[in-house]
Design a protein around this ligand. Sequence first.
Ligand code: NAP
Length: 301
Amino acid sequence: MESIGVLMTCPMHTYIEQQLAKRFNLFKLWHYPSLSAFAKTHATAIRAVVGSPKVGVDAATIDSFPNLEIVATYSVGYDSIDIQRCREKSIPVTNTPNVLTDDVADLAIGLALTLLHKISPSPKLSGKAVGIIGLGRIGSEIAKRAEAFGCPISYHSRSQKRECNYKYYPNILDLAANSEVLIVACTLSQETRHIVNRPVIDALGPKGILINIGRGPHVDEAQLVSALRQGRLAGAGLDVFQNEPEVAQELLGLENVVLTPHVGSDTVETCIAMADLVIANLEAHFLGNPLLTPVYPLLRS
Ligand code: NAP
């Protein structure tokens, strides 16, 4: 496979760069002045693109490479990939589910604990009502961890999960009103952009804390800042931000926040597992085998 051209959109972990370079003809987009400059000389060489939440794969990138066969994202979330364009062109997309679930759930609880200990007078996490937006892989692991702290769990998602006994709120305002700690763990889409808005923040209330380990645009950041400033919300623990990698100055100046720079899945073990999964998907594709973790089913001709 050494002759197959694979393009990485931005620096990721050293391990994935090394492993891709061992197996493929690896190109690094950030070594070139621009996408168009790169495409001028290498357009036909590229058969796979590996993106990440930091620099995804947009329509311009997809359209730049006439021989593009597969797009892989070094993340479980695929909001930075133009899925519609990939589907139009019958290009499969893969992501990295499951292998990062524990880490992100750990971070959500870590942010909540750190934040509560920072807020004065410090309230405790044990026994607090925890509401989870998105009871998927990560949300379910957050729930398990919060249960161990004796927290009653409730959640909001598109559908009720029959396999658990947590209280389901079809309406997010009801979830927020009945939560002391509200944790965002859903997919980012048009429907969930600003799912945490002013009414949700107000329903959570002045003793409530918000944790976001999903994606920055889930939260209306301007409304969050004003609620934190005015004491309409007790605090926020954020791993993700509206305009990454920038973090709003207004957030940096607040006392009642704990901020981490989108590091939910950044442990050594998980970075390696994610890289191995990206590579396993690429190898499966080029060997004509079924993909391990396709984002959507695609019929092969
Ligand atoms: P998942 O298993 O697919 O779970 C996604 C959840 O979102 C599901 O419970 C789904 O509900 C819910 N959801 C989707 N659309 C919704 C809507 N319109 N309203 C309410 N809920 C909705 O995904 P996951 O593996 O847990 O990952 C979740 C997200 O975490 C990723 O998409 C990514 O953005 C983020 N993430 C962040 C980091 C980080 O470093 N901070 C790392 C990894 C992942 P239904 O089941 O009812 O459809």
